[in-house]
Design a protein around this ligand. Structure first.
Ligand SMILES: Nc1ncnc2c1ncn2[C@@H]1O[C@H](COP(=O)(O)OP(=O)(O)O)[C@@H](O)[C@H]1O
Ligand SMILES: [Mg+2]
Length: 681
C-alpha cells in the first residue's frame, strides 16, 4: 500500500549540490519536453511507480488513455510580474516595512520565470515574501492589477484555460459533511468530460483514492478542519484537495504549500507524487515552506523570493553554484540548499566562525545582503532569463487563430448534468444539517401554541381571526427570509473555489441551490398551516383552506427570494441578518394590521411590503364580500365594514397576486445578478 512504500530512491549521496548538478534537471535534456505527448505514457507509469503504486486494474489503462489524449502540454512563462495593493489607511508600521506612510505597497517586484511541461518548480521564500500572491497570479485568480505578462503556451489567460489549470489553495475548502469518496465523486461528475460514462468517472475516483493513499479514510467525513467538526486529518485533507485537482488531469498544476504541517515522510510522498505528475507531461508549480534537502533535490526549478523581489529563478541544481559565484557559500558543505536560500532571503549569512545569533542584530546587514542578492540577480541572471522566456514565445495571435475557441470546449458537462449533480450534492449535505430537526421542532411548537391560543376562535371575533391571519403572513415572511439570508454567504468560499476552476455555470448552481431548499421550505409551512388553521377555527371550508395554504406558500417563495437577494448582495452573514431584520420590521409595521391610516408621504411603504399583499389575500380569501358576523345581540354587520378591514382595499386581489409575482421574480433576478457580479471574471 501507499503508506508502506519507501520514499523515492535517490541513492547517490552527493557531498555538495553546488558542483553536482543533476543533468536530468536541465531542460535541454528533458525527455518529456522533447517528446510528443503520445509517447509520455511510459514516463507516467515509471515515475508514478517511483513513489506511488498505480493500481494494476484494467480500467487504469483505459483511463490513462483518456488522460493522455486530453493532456495538452502547457509552458508557463511569466515575465516581470508586479503586483501592488493599495493600503486603506496611512498607518505606519504594521506589516509594512517602509518608514514613511505609503498608500501602495509592492508585494511582487518583477518576478520572471519559465516552467516547461515535465518540470516541477518550487517557490521558496520566507513567510510574507509573496509566494501565495505569485501563485495566485499564475493561476489567473488574483483580483486587482497584475502587471507584467503571464502566458500559457503563448496565450493569455482565458476561461478555457482555467479548466486546464489545477489550483490547490493553502486552505482546503470542502463540504464538511461529505465523505472523501463523495467529495471526489461529485468533483468527478462536475469536472470530467461528458465523453466518459458514469462508470468510468467512478473508476477514476477509485484510482485517485488508491493513488493518494486515501483508502483508509474513504468513508470518513472530510470535516471542516477546525474544532467545529473534526473529520479526517490535515494531511488527508490536503491529499483530497490535490485529488480533486488531479481528477481533471490538469496540464498546469499549481499548489500552495502542499506539505505544510505534514510529517516529512508524507511531505516527501506528496512531492514525489508531484514530480511524477510533472514527468507525465504536466507543468507543476508549488510553493513550499521548509523543504528538506531530500525534497529540494526533486525540484527542477526554483524561484526564491525575498520581500517580493526574486533573487534566483532557474535550475534548482545550479543555485549553489550561482550563489558561490557571487560570493555566498554555505557555512558547511552538507547544508540543505533550501535552508541556505531561506537564510539568504532573510538577509542572514551564517558564517562558519560565528554563532547562530549572528545576523539577528544586524538589520542593516540584512537589508544590504538582500539588496546585493537582488541586484546581482538583475545583473547576472535576469538578462539570460528574459531571453529564455521570450524565446519561442510565439506570437499570441498565431496561437489564438490556430486553436479557435470552440463552444464545446467551454464546458465539460451540460447545464442539466451540472444541475443534477449539484442538487444531489446539496441534498446530501443538507441531510446532515442538524438544524433540520430543530426547525421542524420550532415550527411544530409554534403552530401548536398558536393553535391553542386561537383554539376554535369565535367567528364573531373578527379582530382575533384577522390577527391570526396577519400572524401567518408575518411568521412565514420572517422565517424563510432568515433561512435564505445565510445560503450564499456561507457557501461563498466553496462557490469561489469551484467557480474559479470553471466547474459549473453559475446559473445551474443557483437553480440547484434554490430548488434544493424548496422541499424543506414548502413542507414546513404546509404542516404549520394545516395544524393552526383547523385548530384556530378558521372558515371550515376545504377551498378556503387550500387557497390559504397556496397564498402562504407563495409568500414563502417571495420571502425566500428577498433573503437570497440580501445574502447575495451583501455576502456577509452579519450584515445580511441585520439588514434582513430591519427590512422585515418595516414590512411588519407597514403590513396593514397595526396601522391603517398612514400619512401620505410614507403610505407607499405598504406597497413594497410583501406581507401587506399576503395579509390582504388571506383576509380576502377568508371572508366573502357579503359575509356578515354577529356584531351585537341579534345584530349582524358586514365583515367588510369591520374597522380593521375597511381600509385594506380588498377589491383587487388579482392585483395583489400580480404584485407578489413581480416581487418573486424580481428578487430572484436581483439575487442572481448580485451573485454573478460578485464572481471572479
Ligand atoms: N490583499 C492583501 N491585503 C493586504 N496585504 C496583502 C494582501 N495580499 C498580500 N498581502 C501581503 O503581501 C505579503 C505577501 O503575502 P503572501 O503572498 O501571502 O506571502 P507568502 O505566501 O509568501 O507567505 C504579505 O506581507 C501580506 O501581508
Ligand atoms: Mg502563503
Amino acid at each position: 500500500m501507499f503508506d508502506m512504500m519507501p520514499p523515492e530512491q535517490e541513492t547517490t549521496i552527493t557531498t555538495t549540490v553546488t558542483s553536482n548538478i543533476p543533468v536530468t534537471n536541465r531542460p535541454e535534456n528533458s525527455l518529456v519536453y522533447a517528446e510528443p505527448p503520445g509517447s509520455t505514457s511510459s514516463e507516467v507509469k515509471s515515475s508514478l511507480d517511483n513513489g506511488i503504486p498505480l493500481p494494476q486494474q484494467p480500467t487504469a489503462a483505459r483511463f490513462s488513455n483518456f488522460l493522455q489524449q486530453s493532456l495538452k502540454q502547457i509552458t508557463l512563462r511569466f515575465e516581470d510580474v508586479c503586483y501592488s495593493i493599495t493600503l486603506q489607511s496611512k498607518q505606519n508600521g504594521g506589516c509594512s516595512s517602509s518608514q514613511e506612510p505609503k498608500l501602495t505597497r509592492n508585494i511582487l517586484n518583477g518576478v520572471t520565470g519559465i516552467v516547461r511541461p515535465g518540470e516541477l518548480m518550487a517557490m521558496l521564500g520566507p513567510s510574507g515574501s509573496g509566494k501565495t500572491t505569485l501563485l495566485t497570479a499564475l493561476a489567473g485568480r488574483l483580483a486587482g492589477k497584475v502587471s507584467g505578462t503571464i502566458t500559457y503556451d503563448g496565450q493569455p489567460f482565458s476561461s478555457s484555460m482555467k479548466r486546464k489549470i489545477g489550483f490547490v489553495p493553502q486552505d482546503d475548502v470542502f463540504y464538511p459533511r461529505l465523505t472523501v469518496l463523495e467529495t471526489l465523486t461529485y468533483a468527478a461528475f462536475l469536472r470530467l468530460p461528458k465523453t466518459l460514462t458514469s462508470q468510468e468517472k467512478l473508476e477514476q475516483v477509485e484510482m485517485i483514492i488508491v493513488e493518494l493513499g486515501l483508502t483508509r479514510c474513504r468513508n470518513n467525513a472530510v470535516g471542516s478542519g477546525a474544532a467545529l467538526f473534526r473529520g479526517i486529518s490535515g494531511g488527508e485533507r490536503k491529499r483530497v484537495s490535490i485529488g480533486q485537482e488531479m481528477l481533471v488531469n490538469p496540464s498546469l498544476l499549481l499548489l500552495d504549500e502542499p506539505t505544510s504541517g505534514l510529517d516529512s515522510t508524507t511531505a516527501q510522498r506528496i512531492v514525489s507524487m508531484l514530480r511524477g505528475l510533472a514527468r507525465g507531461g504536466r507543468t507543476v508549480v508549488t510553493t513550499i515552506h521548509q523543504p528538506s534537502s531530500r525534497l529540494y533535490r526533486m525540484f527542477d526549478k526554483v524561484v526564491v523570493l525575498s520581500d517580493g523581489y526574486p533573487f534566483y529563478s532557474g535550475q534548482a541544481g545550479r543555485v549553489m553554484e550561482y550563489l558561490g559565484s557571487i560570493g555566498y557559500v554555505p557555512a558547511f558543505n552538507f547544508m540543505n540548499p533550501a535552508d541556505f536560500l531561506l537564510d539568504l532571503a532573510n538577509g542572514i549569512v551564517a558564517d562558519a566562525k560565528q554563532d547562530d545569533h549572528n545576523g539577528f542584530d544586524h538589520h542593516e546587514d540584512q537589508a544590504s545582503i538582500k539588496q546585493s542578492l537582488v541586484s546581482s540577480y538583475k545583473k547576472n541572471l535576469y538578462p539570460a532569463l528574459k531571453e529564455e522566456v521570450q524565446r519561442n514565445n510565439g506570437d499570441p495571435s498565431v496561437y489564438r487563430s490556430r486553436t479557435p475557441r470552440s463552444p464545446e470546449n467551454q464546458w465539460t458537462t451540460s447545464w442539466w448534468e451540472q444541475f443534477k449533480v449539484l442538487l444531489k450534492r446539496g441534498l446530501q449535505e443538507r441531510r446532515h444539517e442538524s438544524y433540520s430537526g430543530l426547525r421542524i421542532f420550532q415550527v411544530l411548537s409554534v403552530s401548536i401554541l398558536s393553535g391553542l391560543l386561537w383554539w376554535n376562535s369565535d367567528p364573531s371575533h373578527i379582530q382575533d381571526q384577522v390577527g391570526l391571519l396577519f400572524f401567518f403572513a408575518i411568521f412565514w415572511g420572517f422565517f424563510p427570509l432568515f433561512n435564505a439570508v445565510f445560503a450564499f454567504p456561507l457557501e461563498r468560499p466553496m462557490l469561489k473555489k469551484e467557480r474559479s476552476s470553471g466547474m459549473y455555470h453559475l446559473s445551474s448552481y443557483y437553480v440547484a441551490r434554490t430548488v434544493g431548499d424548496l422541499p424543506m421550505e414548502l413542507i414546513l409551512p404546509t404542516i404549520f398551516v394545516t395544524i393552526t388553521y383547523w385548530m384556530g377555527g378558521l372558515k371550515p371550508s376545504l377551498v378556503t383552506f387550500s387557497l390559504t395554504l397556496l397564498i402562504i406558500l407563495f409568500n414563502v417563495l417571495v420571502s425566500q427570494g428577498i433573503g437570497l437577494a440580501l445574502g447575495a448582495i451583501l455576502m456577509d452573514v452579519k450584515q445580511a441578518t441585520t439588514l434582513a431584520s430591519v427590512t422585515m420590521l418595516v414590512f411588519l409595521l407597514a403590513g396593514g394590521y397595526y396601522i391603517q391610516q398612514m400619512p401620505a408621504f410614507i403610505a407607499w411603504l405598504k406597497y413594497i411590503s410583501f406581507s401587506h399583499y399576503c395579509y390582504k389575500l388571506l383576509v380576502g380569501v377568508q371572508y366573502s364580500v357579503n359575509e356578515v358576523y354577529e356584531c351585537g345581540l341579534g345584530l349582524h354587520c358586514r365583515v367588510m365594514d369591520f374597522h380593521a378591514l375597511k381600509y385594506l382595499g380588498l377589491n383587487n386581489l388579482w392585483g395583489d397576486v400580480a404584485a407578489l409575482t413581480v416581487m418573486l421574480i424580481g428578487c430572484r433576478i436581483v439575487a442572481y445578478v448580485a451573485l454573478r457580479m460578485g464572481q471572479p471574471h
